[in-house]
Ligand binder design. Structure first.
Ligand SMILES: [Zn+2]
Ligand SMILES: [Zn+2]
Length: 360
């Protein structure tokens, strides 16, 4: 297979990109629109079908840069493009063509599926405005004075686990009851060793498979709605960046198992708690029977530059959920404190005055 594949419009040769609004491939040069999957069907017949141009695809052996990074040749302009090892889709910085590095998206590395972008980059300013609404401690005009920089739409890799956790958990349960006997209160405590069989099914628990973005950030971007999942097709990547996983399934399975074990233990504990006055967990054995799918989820990453500072943000490319830090204006938060302190003081004075009137 060619190491490089570009997404090109056959009508005019312009770059194709996946359009989140319509869910189709569009050419911004001539306005042509193509259905996802049409090209894949054409490819099997190995012909230059109407609408798509395969003749332009030619293999270029990848060489290596001084830093040991692989170099790819852009099929359109011939420029040498250095790609970080985890990147599998990118835009040629010279001619703007959208390139998929097929060797990183095939064989074992081929994702099982993805959730396509639904949010367009144009919607980001509006989402940010909404995000900042009601945040009182924000510096004045913060948003209007900031610039959005380094906006990238990137498909991030996730391992999505499903399966069953089962086993037996042990708890120490206590029953106590009190009764009066003459001048004494007698408390009786009964102790029980409680065993609980646990069996819980889990579906679609995502675990971040990329070292590029912090786990806390990707966790906050959840949930992704799995009903939008599509079988993997390189055409969804056109116009976006995509990372392949750099943490293997087994590297992150522990994290998935821990999350499932905790849920199963919490559920069993709450069931036992309803029957005893106090409950202590004694551990136990849980067996996990898990399978994982390799999926790509859509995320926008960008920075807000304000004065000398940069603030990092991420937006869920499916739901529009915004995650990021909000700067606080020290002056504004001081004013806010004074106003609240002032209201408190006024209330105290009013109360004193009322008490004074009542005392007269
Ligand atoms: Zn075109
Ligand atoms: Zn190029």
């Amino acid at each position: 297979m060619d190491p490089v594949k570009e997404q090109k419009c056959a009508a005019c040769g312009g770059p194709l990109r996946f359009d989140p609004e319509t869910g189709k491939l569009v050419c911004d040069y001539c306005g042509s629109v193509f259905e996802i999957g049409a090209q894949a069907a054409a490819q099997e017949q190995d012909s230059t079908l109407e609408g798509y141009d395969f003749a332009a695809l030619s293999a270029h052996a990848a060489s290596t840069s001084a830093e040991g990074l692989p170099i790819y040749n852009c099929v359109s302009c011939g420029a040498e493009v250095i790609a970080p090892p985890q990147e599998m889709a990118l835009t040629c910085p010279y001619c703007g063509n959208n390139i998929v590095l097929t060797e990183k998206a095939s064989g074992n590395l081929r994702p099982d599926g993805l959730i396509p972008f639904r949010i367009t980059a144009k919607e980001l300013p509006g989402l940010m405005k909404e995000f900042y609404k009601g945040k009182k401690l924000l510096p004045k005009n913060f948003f209007s004075e900031s610039r959005m920089e380094k906006v990238t739409g990137v498909y991030l890799p996730f391992w999505v686990f499903s399966g069953r956790i089962s086993g037996n958990l042990k708890f120490h349960g206590e029953h106590s009851s009190s009764r009066r006997s003459g001048d004494y209160i007698v408390t009786e405590t009964e102790n029980y060793l409680v065993g609980r069989d646990v069996s819980m099914n889990f579906r679609d628990l995502p675990v971040d498979a990329s070292g590029r973005v912090a786990d806390e950030l990707t966790d906050s971007l959840e949930p992704f709605r799995m009903e939008d999942e599509k079988p993997f097709d390189m055409q969804y990547l056109a116009g976006f960046t995509a990372d392949r996983f750099d943490m293997a399934r087994d590297d992150v399975a522990e994290r998935a198992r821990d999350r499932m074990n905790n849920s199963a233990t919490a559920l069993a504990r709450s069931q036992v708690s309803s029957e005893y006055s106090s409950v202590r967990s004694l551990g136990g054995k849980l067996k996990a029977d898990l399978s994982a799918r390799y999926l790509l989820f859509p995320v926008y990453l960008f920075q807000l530059a304000h004065g000398k500072n940069n603030y990092s943000f991420a937006v869920n490319g499916q739901t529009g959920k915004v995650v990021g830090s909000v700067p606080t204006d020290k002056k504004v938060s001081w004013q806010y404190f004074l106003i609240r302190a002032g209201i408190g003081l006024a209330a105290v004075l009013l109360l004193c005055f009322v008490l004074y009137l009542m005392g007269r």
